[in-house]
Design a protein. Structure first.
Length: 122
């Protein structure tokens, strides 16, 4: 009887930890959608990265303060952006743009802020 109670408590604890972890991950993903930032940057390089069956565009840029940043350029269902290839072609090295981006930069997950709008700065 005591052994069954211990197993039940252990299983309940593991399930609770799993549920909390899933809720935390979902919450983090949802808040990333609403984390909108704007940067004025000069594009220094850009590339397409292939990962198995998927690929994404990366944009390397410097801010006016000299900080180097990397952005992802992928389609975003939530923000209604479905032209990442066109955006990538529009960006020119050495040119300055105002980028509206969403999400978070998480280095150990290779996660970048995603470009959702581009405006050329004169």
């Amino acid at each position: 009887m005591r052994r069954n109670k211990f197993r039940f408590n252990l299983m309940a604890t593991v399930i609770c930890i799993f549920i909390i972890a899933v809720i935390a991950c979902l919450g983090f993903c949802v808040t990333g959608i609403f984390n909108i930032d704007t940067y004025v940057v000069t594009v220094t390089d850009k590339e397409r990265v292939n990962n198995g069956d998927s690929s994404k565009y990366l944009v390397y840029a410097d801010t006016e303060d000299g900080e180097s940043l990397v952005f992802e350029n992928t389609d975003s269902l939530f923000h209604g952006k479905f032209n990442s290839s066109n955006v990538q072609g529009k960006l020119k090295e050495g040119e300055t743009y105002e980028l509206t981006v969403c999400g978070y930069r998480i280095p150990f997950l290779s996660s970048y802020q995603n470009i959702i709008n581009v405006e050329e700065v004169e």
